[in-house]
Design a protein around this ligand. Sequence first.
Ligand code: ZN
Length: 502
Amino acid sequence: MRVVGNVHSMGLGGFTGQPVEIQGNIGQGLPKFTVSGSVDASLREAKDRVRAAIVNSGFKFPELAVTVALAPAQLRKEGSGFDLGMALSLLIAGGQAATERLRGTVFLGELALDGRVRAVRGVLPLLLAARDHGFVRAVVPVANLREAALVDELEVGGAQSLSQVVAWLAGDGALDSVSDDPVPPAPSVPDMADVVGQSAARQALEVAAAGGHHVLMVGPPGIGKTMLAARLPGILPELDPAESLQVTAIHSVAGTLPDTHPLITVPPFVAPHHSVSAAALLGGGTGMARPGAVSRAHRGVLFLDECAEMGAKVLDGLRQPLEEGEIRLSRRDGDTKYPARFLLLLAANPCPCAPAHDIDCVCSSVVRRRYLGKLSGPLLDRVDIRVQMEPPGPTMLLTGQGEPSAAIAARVATARAQARERWREQGWTTNAEVPGNALRQDFPLSRAALAPIERYLRDGRITARGADRALRLAWTLNDLRGGTSPELDDVAQALMYRDRNF
Ligand SMILES: [Zn+2]
């Protein structure tokens, strides 16, 4: 009887996959099942699943001292993805499974009590890392097969049950392969053509998309802020292959990947409720730190509706990801980092009573000021565009359709290409990323164009940082009209986007 069985699996250390060696051991002694090797409480439940799955698949669970050790010890192991590997390691140790196909193969999967193999989170980043560590094959839950197949140069097989995997190891049975059925078309992003009127807000979103600027929309409820917001991804450029894979990997770890369309190619739209907790917005929670809304919105749009209702502490948590493009989460065993570079779209009612028509507002002027005042300071400092939305007039409602997203997206793409070309040497991709001193020193504007900014500064109507933001916006307006350098009109319009006191 073989007493030791070694099986390869993969575990997540934050956002990066790492090889995990699972060693099943059957020794002399009283029947006892121990799992060791820096395992989380969640993994202790794995014992019940592994034992039941082995027995219910028609194999024998050894009535001896059974140990499963997971290495390396410094990696904290969590979740249910090691179940399959643990069960196999014991079957191999007990001589109930063959070993020839173990070499170069990683195994992922949760076991149901009846031996079925269930989907797990994080398959994409785990397998990308497995390939980079030299593994050539992966056995994954059949439900994760499409996602697993996104990894180039890795052979993947889908497992429905523990007994299917054991049969495959013995060479008398196949694993499931990725179906050749064409992937159904991805659900389409809603179109800007559905939005009637709201030309100022539509234009603001076009500018935001072109330059990567954050936006605040203020207006009464029911005016279409949410409708517009949901259409912003449709005018942003599609993700390039590398971004696509990264965004998909984040959603894989978050457990929010649609199983019919594993590869995310459209910028994600994430809209948490204003009562969202800091952990849900930023990421974290007990055990494995899950990516929060800021990371799920990576390379897409984070829409915070009724943001004035959000807790100050929660809003404050956005500062670090806005500055660094990633979020750092503290954990017991060190920090985890997730990417978090998103376009922030804030929306707010003008006041707490939020009537449909401003004239019906019952709030005092102090209350009104305080309401949006909560947003001021460091957070709003990063919001280049502020737009006031008014109810559309009666004629607006009759004018039918708005311009379709495809037409706007084409202008956005052209403007982005122009900006990228200009900042190519410095490596910035959008105007919003360009630091103020670079704007002022390396790409100076004509005196005539700068005149309104200088006047605003002199009058104390904007701060120096506000002036930089207006400059960035002016460049985007310039790119949208295909100019070579911002002119007076671009600067004046940029100042209008900045110069709003709500
Ligand atoms: Zn009011």
